[in-house]
Ligand binder design. Structure first.
Ligand code: ATP
Ligand code: MG
Length: 596
């Protein structure tokens, strides 16, 4: 089924239109955009924390709420920009007092509480490198990341320490300081953060910061294999700020909620840095996903711009549009999604249930910021990731046998024709581009060819310049001469009222090479059974023809990564009885946490 574009009214697009988009792209330059940043006083460089916090101090925004944390019990804690300035200065002083210096790694294992934001920004003030751990990780993935990242300091809660760190502490000799939050007694071997903060000097002068100084260490989601540590630098803040304004339509008057956990790159780039650098009010919700709770947060906090994930939207769809309409969401004016392909069904559902379409956008841990998006000014083509942002050059590269860009004598061929699939590539040079995979220089070198960064994703571009995600290069299914992206098949199945979610893999087949197999999760009220199975196969065939799934299995617990993506490689390994590989980012089925 083809979906009609969702046309923007001038009001929705803030008066902007396609011509504005094209003009922006023509006229944009990163050096000119750099002037929107303040830079450290006295020309001492560029520091993320200064741009996020201290730059607002000599403006009326200093007394505005910077951060509003909604606790699990619905209590709200607010920090103004001035409060955040004072606390982050103190935390930077704590690190200095401990003798923790430039480039040393500070890890967080915290929920979305004020201490998390203070630790992140205070570390950056002290020129430390911040690496956030997703709090739902078990001890093993935590140990692995602390070890790989050479963690010197860890900030966590006494409970998380007891449950996840105490037993592995001895295996981490490099971890010198564990600081624990809260009022209660600190477990043995840890130091209460509160005491250190109280004893730290007020005020902290950020040392000169080279924009190329390492700032953040983010591990990828591990969807295709072992997580990789992507290194980001202070200059990234320029891309965070600019892309948030373009692709999320963020303005200083907004109340913004990013549902991604700051343990993932989205939750850091857009859940901390970008919104604060724009001087708006950031909402952080500590509670777990619950459809009513999320609608309540949107309504009660008067969220105006909402950034979430396809998994979250699918879970809300599962609860039906009527539930959404019970809540007054009139404050909301822009909704965006990232992390996985956004099924057209979901983009359109937004329009029906929330009164707003969902703007998909595409990027990776490696790119540090949004690269391709459905802008406020552009009509949305449901199912498309949108168009490249100003300052971003994207292309599709012709692919070789292994499904990745074909490189011959160090050269690649750019696909110019519309609607031809190729490996999605980006011209290096944007500020938030990763500067390396930690300790893996060969892997980093392999990510570039012929003057392009190779994303590992396959996409196509239509004649209007919109990019369409096809598959991760490793997920492409080859069946009877067809190349099939699982996403297209999953989206088609989701158009059937019984199907809440689907995961599609290629299963070796002596005749076809591979055959398409789908695992589907059913909506409430539908029973798995032979009749429904045959109906779904027929439905798939009507929609998709030759690329329709030949086999369908029911699975109410599709494996997801902790960042909310369907783990097709695991479905495949299980189907074939192969080793399951690195499962450190596998979400326990009972507790899906949406949002990369
Ligand atoms: P790993 O690299 O460890 O296998 P990962 O690629 O899932 O994990 P992330 O950097 O979190 O780690 O995710 C980036 C990937 O997510 C992209 O390469 C793409 O495959 C997918 N993705 C992100 N946004 C979109 C989108 N809007 N549409 C389709 N796919 C998306
Ligand atoms: Mg990846």
């Amino acid at each position: 089924m083809t979906w009609d574009p969702i046309q923007k009214s001038a009001r929705q697009a803030g008066g902007a239109n396609l011509t504005d988009y094209e003009r922006e792209r023509r006229e944009f330059s990163w050096p000119a955009a750099r002037r929107s940043l303040r830079g450290l006083p006295g020309g001492r460089g560029l520091n993320i924390a200064y741009e996020a916090v201290d730059r607002h101090l000599d403006t009326p925004r200093r007394d505005q709420v910077a951060l509003r944390c909604v606790g699990g019990d619905d209590t709200v804690t607010e920090l103004t920009y001035r409060d955040l300035h004072v606390a982050t200065d103190r935390f930077a002083g704590v690190l200095r007092g401990l003798g923790v210096g430039k480039g040393e790694r500070v890890f967080t294992l915290l929920g979305r509480v004020p201490d998390l934001y203070v630790t992140v920004l205070g570390t950056l003030k002290n020129l430390g490198v911040l690496s956030p751990l997703f709090p739902a990780f078990g001890p093993e993935p935590i140990r692995e990341r602390l070890r790989l990242g050479d963690g010197r300091v860890l900030v966590t809660t006494p409970e998380l320490y007891a449950r996840k760190i105490a037993a592995i502490r001895e295996t981490l000799p490099g971890l010198k300081h564990v600081l624990v939050t809260g009022e209660g007694p600190a477990p043995q071997g840890t130091v209460p953060l509160g005491e250190l903060m109280a004893g730290a000097p007020a005020g902290f002068e950020i040392p000169p910061t080279d924009p190329e100084d390492m700032a953040l260490l983010h591990f990828t989601s591990g969807t295709t294999g072992r997580p990789k540590g992507a290194v980001h630098v202070h200059e990234a803040v320029l891309a965070h700020r600019v892309t948030a304004a373009y692709a999320l339509d963020l303005r200083p008057s907004d109340v913004f909620w990013c549902t991604a956990d700051p343990g993932w790159v989205t939750g850091m780039s857009y859940g901390v840095i970008a919104p604060l650098s724009l001087g708006l009010t950031l909402v952080a919700d500590a509670g777990e996903f619950d459809a009513r709770r999320w609608y309540r947060v949107l309504r009660d906090q008067r969220v105006s711009v909402w950034y979430t994930s396809p998994t979250a939207l699918r879970m809300l769809m599962h609860h039906g549009g009527a539930l959404a309409r019970e809540y007054d969401l009139s404050g909301l004016r822009f909704v965006a999604s990232v992390g996985e392909p956004l099924n057209p069904e979901a983009a359109v559902w937004g329009l029906r249930a929330l009164g707003l379409p969902v703007h998909d956008n595409w990027w990776q841990t490696e790119t540090g910021a949004i690269m391709i998006g459905n802008f406020a000014a552009l009509d949305i083509k449901p199912g498309s990731m949108g168009r490249p942002l100003p300052g971003i050059e994207a292309a599709l590269l012709e692919r070789g046998e292994n499904g990745r860009a074909r490189v011959a004598d160090g050269r690649v061929r750019v696909v110019e024709e519309p609607d031809v699939e190729g490996e999605l590539a980006l011209r290096p040079g944007w500020p938030s581009m990763f500067r390396g995979y930690l300790n893996e220089p060969e892997l980093y070198a392999k990510a570039f060819a012929g003057g392009w960064y190779l994303s590992g994703d396959v996409a196509r571009r239509d004649e209007d310049g919109y990019f369409w995600f096809v598959a991760r290069a490793d997920d492409v299914i080859k069946s009877a001469g067809h190349l099939i992206g699982p996403f297209e098949v999953e989206s088609a199945l989701m158009e059937h009222p019984a199907v809440a979610e689907a995961g599609v893999i290629g299963k070796p087949d002596p005749v076809a090479g591979e055959l398409v197999k789908a695992f589907v999760t059913l909506n409430p009220g539908f029973e798995p059974g032979e009749r429904l199975r045959l109906e779904l196969i027929a439905f798939g065939r009507r929609r998709l023809g030759a690329v329709a799934p030949k086999e369908i299995a029911f699975d109410q617990d599709l494996p997801h990564t902790r960042s909310g993506k369907v783990m097709r490689r695991l479905l495949k390994a299980r189907e074939l009885g192969l080793p399951e590989g690195d499962l450190s980012t596998l979400e326990s089925p009972a507790r899906a946490v949406p949002g990369r």
